[in-house]
Structure formats: structure tokens, C-alpha cells
Design a protein around this ligand. Structure first.
Ligand SMILES: Nc1ncnc2c1ncn2[C@@H]1O[C@H](COP(=O)(O)OP(=O)(O)O)[C@@H](O)[C@H]1O
Ligand SMILES: [Mg+2]
Length: 476
């Protein structure tokens, strides 16, 4: 008899026995008034606190769940998780029979539902992952789970049993992609089957307990109209950026983590005409382009033996041999900056990239440092010339205090003056204050300066109405 058959046979007998037990339980539950009265009395007398009663029940619930959990892993090692689910009930019944103390204390169906959730999905955070309003899920150890909803970070009531429970979920996330997490490799990047990005870091590095950060993959990525509607940029700015992309300017999106760089990069990429060959390069593929002719490349971390890593830089170099018309780089953070700048300076116009920084000027400084990381000795002035020659526009993205994302600068890289790179803002954000709800009040405005490349745009047949650059008058 197979394991499965044996289990099913057992179940039939147990079901009959359990029906009897359930009847008894039902009878005792059918007298709620009496129970409530008793607990109210106890409260009045200052005896047992209702919380304690609750937590005792919770303990039983967890104890029962743990028992069931162990049994699953003892008995059904080779079985596929999906096949275990229908058997959970039989196992639960058996445990209830063995241990009287669970009788009337645990909700069998609830335990089974929770376990099934743990086994097939990602445990307590499953509902958060399914919630379309949640864009990020942050597990800071077992008892603190935050989400980002509509740009705001909020604490949720979701909790794990203990560290081990969180660890189970992490293992479940990383195992399918052949990675592992333990003391010897306590940090890991992974991806959920739906494309969401996951980072996990565990004790002793994480003091809160095992920590998971999930950036959910947007099934329906924002489009330019969404960003205009959100107030991330104005219609004029959108018109301007569309023209810059079509005119094959090299554009760099700068901003902090979570400020919306990748989203903006995706929107900018959507302006690329569909007859151009696009190569995207990312650490974890997030870009979702609508064009047909797109090659997506993804870097790879080293395996457990520390071998086989393929860096963004390797991919940038390789992409140059793939006859690209557009290179789109997810995030530039190291030596690949040099290869990117060289590509931009040698005819690969119209490239797009993002980088981590707080202002356009800061971005330039960071790019200088990144070029040095390429390990090629270059005088600072030469590096600056590379940068000034390569990059035409820097878009500064920011997540404001109220959670909204804004493009706070669109800045032209005009060239060199002596040793200095000259930057000129074309659009900027002016903040006037904050309203009672904490919402930032401000306006995105053209500075009134037309970019130097305006003529170049016109001569390549791309027309931007000059009203786009007209200063509407800066309120004081
Ligand atoms: N303009 C925007 N308005 C509102 N939410 C945005 C905007 N841009 C991005 N987001 C949201 O912010 C989160 C981070 O965006 P992302 O583009 O990945 O940031 P970054 O690449 O800078 O880390 C995502 O959940 C995304 O949906
Ligand atoms: Mg990003």
C-alpha cells in the first residue's frame, strides 16, 4: 500500500471518530452566554485576564500547527507540496486524537488553512503579496511587518510565529533559484515567481531577526499619463522628455532608493521608436518594454563556490557587440560607468540609465568615483570630459516627505568650463510648504532657459513648442 493510500485509509476511520468529537465540541460551544459570563466575572474579581485567555488559545494554536508541520515533514518528505494539502486534515485529526489538550482549543480548519498558505504561498505575507495596493512588503523579524501602500509606509498586524517561521519562508523563496541562506551566506537576493524582487538578511547580521524586503513587481507598470496624473511631472516636462528620447540624447535618471528611478526609466524607454533595437541590462529584470525588438540581459551573482558571476559591466561590454541602437541600463553603480560613458561617446547615442544620488551635481561626482572603480587610471579632468561629452540630460527623481514621487530637476549637461562640468536646470520643483495633511505643496516649473541642444533637436526634425520652456512666473 502506498503512503497515500495508507493515509487515506487512516482518514476514513478517523473521520468517523472525529464526527463524534466534533459533536461534543459543538455542544460545549453552543453555550456561549455561560462562558462569557464566567470570564466577565473573573475579570471583575481581578482574576485571570482576558488577554491571557487569548494568548493561551494562541499558544495552543501555534503548538498544534507546529506539531502538524513536523508531521508533514517527517512523513511526506518526497511528496510534492501540492499533494500534501489534501492530507492535512487527516493528519490534524490524528494529532487531535493523540493529544486531548487540543480538543476544543484549536480551530482545526483555521490551522489547516494557515498551513496550506505557508506551504504553497509565502505564509502570513501572502495576502500582502496579493494585495494590488501594496507595492512593498518589509518583514523586520517575526513580529513587525510593514508595507508601502500608495507611497506611504504603514505597520500591518501581520506576524510570524518566530524567527524559524520567517526563515522557512525565506528558504522557500530562495530554494527554487538554487540559492541558500544560512550563517555562511546570510544575505541573499532573489525573485518571486511573479518577478517581485526579494532581499533577505538574517541574524547575526540582522539584529531584528530574519529580515525580508520585497519590491513587488508591478503587473501593470505606470505609463507617462499615470506619472503626469500623480504630479510626478507636468505635461510640458513629459513632452520635453519624449523629444529628448526620440532625438537620441543620452539621459541619466538620478535619485535615491525607491524614488521611482526604474519607473521613470521604463516610461522613458516607452518613448523609443519601435523600429530600434533595444538592449536592456539589469541586475534583476524589472523593465517592461512594449516594443518587440528588445533583448533583456540580467546579471548573475556568484554561485556558492564564489564562481560564475556576470556583472553589469560584463553585460555592458558584451552588449556593444550586439549591434545595439539603444542601451538601457537599470542601475549604474560601479566600473560599468566607464564602459557606459565610452559607449555613449562612441556613437551609441540615445542610451538611458539610472544611478543613485541626491542631486544632478552629486550624480556627476558619483560617476567620477564609479569610473575610478573601473580600475583604469584616468586624470579627473579626462573623466569629467567623458561625462560631459556623454551625458546630455540628468533627471533628478525624489520621494518627498509625504510619500509622493517627483521629478525635481531636469538638468542639461552643457559641457566643460575649465575643470568644471556646467549644469543648467531646465525644469525644477519649487516647494512652498506643507498643508495640514502633511502633503507637500509646490510647483514644477520651467526655469525659462532653453537647453543648448534645442537647435539640435529642431534640426533633427523634432519640434518642441517653445511654450514648454516659458516661465509662468515664479510665485514668491
Ligand atoms: N511617480 C511615481 N508615483 C508614485 N509611485 C511611484 C512612482 N514611481 C515609482 N513609484 C512606486 O515607488 C516604488 C519604487 O519605484 P522604483 O521605480 O522601483 O524606484 P527606484 O528604482 O528608484 O528604487 C514602486 O513601488 C513604484 O510603484
Ligand atoms: Mg530601481
Amino acid at each position: 500500500m502506498s503512503l497515500l493510500e495508507r493515509l487515506q485509509k487512516k482518514t476514513e476511520v478517523q473521520q468517523a471518530e472525529l464526527a463524534q468529537e466534533e459533536l461534543q465540541d459543538a455542544v460545549s460551544e453552543a453555550k456561549p452566554e455561560k462562558k462569557d459570563m464566567a470570564s466577565a466575572l473573573r475579570r471583575i474579581r481581578g482574576g485571570e485576564q482576558p488577554q491571557k485567555e487569548m494568548s493561551e488559545q494562541t499558544n495552543k494554536h501555534h503548538e498544534f500547527k507546529n506539531r502538524l508541520y513536523k508531521q508533514i515533514f517527517n512523513e511526506l518528505k518526497d511528496d510534492n507540496v501540492e499533494e500534501i494539502i489534501p492530507k492535512l486534515d487527516a493528519m490534524a485529526v490524528e494529532i487531535m486524537k493523540e493529544d486531548e489538550s487540543f480538543r476544543g482549543k484549536v480551530d482545526r480548519k483555521k490551522v489547516i488553512d494557515e498551513l496550506a498558505n505557508d506551504l504553497t504561498g509565502f505564509g502570513p505575507i501572502n495576502p500582502l503579496l496579493l494585495d494590488p495596493e501594496v507595492s512593498e512588503v518589509m518583514v523586520n523579524g517575526p513580529v513587525q511587518v510593514y508595507v508601502e501602500r500608495k507611497g506611504k509606509i504603514e505597520l500591518t498586524p501581520v506576524q510570524f510565529r518566530d524567527d524559524e517561521h520567517v526563515m522557512n519562508i525565506i528558504e522557500k523563496i530562495v530554494a527554487p533559484i538554487g540559492r541558500r541562506i544560512d550563517e555562511s551566506s546570510p544575505m541573499v537576493d532573489a525573485r518571486l515567481p511573479d518577478g517581485s524582487r526579494v532581499n533577505a538578511i538574517i541574524p547575526p547580521l540582522a539584529l531584528n531577526g530574519p529580515t525580508i524586503t520585497i519590491r513587488k513587481f508591478s503587473k501593470d507598470p505606470f505609463k507617462i499619463d499615470d506619472l503626469v496624473r500623480f504630479g510626478t511631472l507636468t505635461r510640458e516636462m513629459a513632452t520635453f522628455l519624449d523629444a529628448c528620447v526620440k532625438a537620441k540624447l543620452n539621459i541619466f535618471v538620478s535619485g535615491g532608493t525607491g524614488s521611482g528611478k526604474t519607473t521613470t526609466l521604463n516610461v522613458l524607454s516607452s518613448f523609443i521608436p519601435s523600429d530600434e533595437r533595444i538592449i536592456t541590462i539589469e541586475d534583476a529584470a524589472e523593465l517592461q518594454l512594449w516594443q518587440d525588438h528588445v533583448i533583456s540581459l540580467e546579471s548573475r551573482p556568484a554561485n556558492i563556490e564564489g564562481k560564475g558571476a556576470v556583472t553589469i559591466r560584463d553585460l555592458v561590454k558584451n552588449s556593444l557587440r550586439m549591434r545595439p541602437e539603444r542601451i538601457v541600463i537599470g542601475e549604474v553603480r560601479s566600473g560599468e560607468a566607464l564602459d557606459m560613458l565610452q559607449a555613449m561617446n562612441t556613437g551609441h547615442d540615445g542610451s538611458l540609465a539610472t544611478g543613485h544620488s541626491n542631486s544632478p551635481r552629486d550624480m556627476i561626482a558619483r560617476l567620477e568615483t564609479m569610473v575610478l572603480l573601473a580600475g583604469i587610471e584616468l586624470p579627473v579632468k579626462a573623466i569629467r570630459e567623458q561625462i560631459a561629452g556623454a551625458i546630455d540630460v540628468i533627471i533628478q527623481q525624489s520621494r518627498l516627505k509625504d510619500g509622493s514621487r517627483k521629478i525635481i530637476n531636469i538638468t542639461e549637461v552643457q559641457g566643460m568650463e575649465g575643470d568644471i562640468i556646467v549644469l543648467q536646470d531646465i525644469f525644477t520643483f519649487r516647494q512652498y510648504g506643507v498643508d495640514e495633511q502633511g502633503k507637500v505643496i509646490g510647483k514644477l516649473l520651467p526655469t525659462g532657459v532653453r537647453p543648448k541642444f534645442y537647435e539640435k533637436l529642431e534640426s533633427s526634425g523634432i519640434h518642441i513648442p517653445s511654450s514648454v520652456f516659458v516661465e509662468e512666473g515664479w510665485p514668491d
